[in-house]
Design a protein around this ligand. Structure first.
Ligand SMILES: [Mn+2]
Length: 301
């Protein structure tokens, strides 16, 4: 296994199932060095793991109990280097390559959104389409002079994927004029939080299905700030007028299938998480998405 993986004694769900029995690998990304506002995302993975011990592993949408299906295997955390985002991304890529070589389906819990750059950069050969569920576009060339920033992840991905990236923004509502111009120029699909309210979940799901029609595989990244701050106050950059968890999960349930090659749930900042509800929601999303994917792919990936 990878050198850049550190065991975390608090496994997701409170235990480690037999690794061979389940393909889902949880990877913590405890990093927040480029955080511009409410730092503390380095504690996100631990907080999500703690919350995951006290929720049920059954899923109403998919109708299964993930514990009975084999559980979720927690690999531990990426060995991040605080203050060195570039080296940290390199290490995340190394960890992901090792897991992908084993045929596992990686699930990142974070941690600032930069971790997604490592996850997706490791998947260049798979050339996945990307569903980016976030209040923000993360499309700045640099942020405060830093090119390896949580606010520049999609821009760096564009470079790594040689300018051809198939990406669908869902729930965005906070972005600069320049970011929107780049998104349009690159042909990204942009469905804002207001579009979701106007169109409703069924129409949005149709848009997504069309987008995915000629994708061999795809990746889903969820920044917890896509949700309204009333559902998810504990994030690095809260943005009012967000989506509800039920709408986002209903949309994902409408489209999820065996082509999914990985997903992540990022940006939990527990110090700002009144009542700990953001961590509970993040843990629930991990369980729900793995369950939905398990059912749609009949447990095989
Ligand atoms: Mn983001």
């Amino acid at each position: 296994m990878s050198l850049y993986l550190i065991d975390n004694p608090e496994a997701f769900g409170g235990y480690r199932p037999r690794r061979a029995n389940i393909a889902y690998s949880i990877i913590g990304f405890p990093f927040d060095s480029t955080s511009s506002y409410r730092a503390g995302q380095r504690f996100g993975p631990s907080s999500i793991r703690r919350a995951s011990r006290y929720i049920e592993f059954n899923s109403l949408r998919s109708g299964i109990d993930l514990d009975e299906a084999g559980g979720l295997y927690d690999e531990g955390d990426v060995a991040v280097v605080y203050g060195d985002p570039k080296e940290t991304v390199r290490r995340a890529i190394d960890v992901y390559k090792a897991l992908l070589d084993e045929g596992r389906l990686p699930v990142m819990i974070g941690g600032e959104h930069l971790g997604t750059l490592g996850a997706l950069a490791s998947m260049r050969k798979l050339d996945p389409c990307i569903i980016w569920i976030d209040a923000h576009m993360d499309l700045r060339d640099d942020y405060l002079g830093c090119r390896y920033s949580h606010a520049s992840v999609v821009r760096r991905l564009l470079e790594r994927f040689g300018g051809r990236l198939k990406l669908f923004y869902l729930g965005v509502r906070g972005f600069s004029g320049e970011e929107l111009r780049v998104a349009e120029e690159k042909g990204f699909e942009v469905t804002t939080s207001f579009d979701v309210r106007r169109l409703g979940p069924e129409m949005v799901s149709l848009r997504l299905k069309n987008f995915l029609a000629d994708c061999k595989n795809y990746y889903i990244s969820i920044d917890m700030d896509v949700f309204d701050p009333s559902y998810a106050p504990g994030v690095g950059n809260p943005e009012p007028e967000g989506l509800s968890p039920t709408i986002v999960l209903d949309i994902i349930w409408n489209i999820i299938d065996s082509r999914l090659v990985g997903f992540d749930v990022m940006e939990v900042s527990p110090q700002y998480d009144a009542g700990g509800i953001t961590s509970v929601l993040a843990a629930k999303i991990v369980v729900e998405m793995a369950s939905m994917h398990y059912v749609r792919s009949k447990g095989s990936i």
